[in-house]
Write a protein that binds this ligand. Structure first.
Ligand SMILES: [Zn+2]
Length: 311
């Protein structure tokens, strides 16, 4: 009798262990994402953002993430590729390891979680396998709000990240899809990052967030991506000589070159959410457009999802 009970326990431990590994399936050796508490039990939001490369989310939503983190909400950034191609002198596994470490450090600097999925940089396709990775991430994070690029972009990895998240936007609630990870009962709100592409449609912001008081945090975050900000991006732009050598000069240079002024459309949204006077005075902002898939938020839900907007 005792032997039977011991075997039962051993088998149960083995099976549940296998299930945990499969459900997490972060193929680059990181620990599987932990299930978070539902916002209904502690009043905190679960925000997840997807970018193609380990610095994309930072540039589009790093300031907003810092604001969530400061209020105790949970934010996870996910890079769908491992960044193992975009560099002029490095590549492969060594570059992927460097990029993963930079992403982790960027997350640490503002108090958010950062996951890098192990898909090759420059080769991302909207396959069923990657869609399932995205579905698992959204479910395990128990997301209230999902941020992602729009599917119109010069870079195929960015474009397909947008498609992959769109393709997950309904499937996260379907129990028979990716059944190794329990389906969400409530579809999150999905929103797009800002971009400058005009065709077929320009970005139309629905929410604009002032990040003036956290701009240094955002710069901190971008500064952690040394191989991107100070090596690859300036090299590919033919401007490697313009990168300052000293730490203070580099941060100033990042602020000057990577923190753009709000566009007219974003300014109009700032005026809507903050009032004309306060909105006009905003120097740095991040803006988001509601995706037509997933839950469509009304004004009250937007206020809830962006708790730092003035009431
Ligand atoms: Zn990118």
């Amino acid at each position: 009798m005792k032997r039977v009970a011991t075997w039962t326990i051993l088998i149960w431990v083995a099976v549940s262990g296998m299930h945990a590994v499969k459900a997490g399936r972060v193929a680059d050796g990181q620990a599987p994402p932990q299930r978070t508490q539902s916002p209904s039990t502690d009043g905190k939001l679960n925000i997840i953002a997807f970018g193609a490369h380990p610095d994309d989310c930072d540039q589009r939503a790093g300031g907003t993430a810092a604001k969530y983190a400061a209020l105790g909400h949970r934010v996870r950034f996910v890079s769908v590729t491992n960044g193992d191609a975009g560099h002029q002198t490095e590549g492969g596994g060594a570059l992927a390891a460097r990029r993963r470490a930079e992403a982790r450090e960027a997350g640490r600097r503002i108090g958010i979680d950062y996951v890098v999925l192990d898909n090759h940089d420059g080769e991302l396709l909207p396959t069923l396998a990657v869609r399932e990775q995205i579905i698992r991430q959204i479910r395990l994070w128990n997301a209230d709000l999902v941020l992602a690029p729009r599917p119109n972009d010069y870079h195929p990895d960015h474009r397909y990240t947008g498609i992959l998240v769109q393709d997950a936007a309904y499937m996260v609630v379907v129990p028979n899809v990716t059944p190794d990870t329990p389906a969400l009962r409530k579809n999150p709100v999905f929103m797009y990052f800002e971009d400058g592409f005009q065709k077929p449609d320009p970005f139309r912001p629905d929410v604009a967030v002032s990040i003036d008081e956290v701009i240094e945090k955002k710069i901190d975050m971008m500064d952690a991506h040394v191989s991107q900000m100070y090596e690859w991006l300036p090299w590919v732009a033919g401007a490697l000589e313009s990168v300052p050598k000293d730490a203070t000069g580099r941060r100033r240079w990042l602020r000057e070159t990577r923190a753009a002024q709000p566009t007219a459309a974003v300014k109009a949204m700032l005026a809507k959410w903050y009032g004309p006077e306060k909105g006009n005075a905003v120097r740095y902002a991040e803006a988001f457009e509601i995706c037509e898939y997933g839950t469509r938020p009304d004004q009250a839900m937007i206020q809830k999802l962006f708790p730092f907007l003035p009431k």
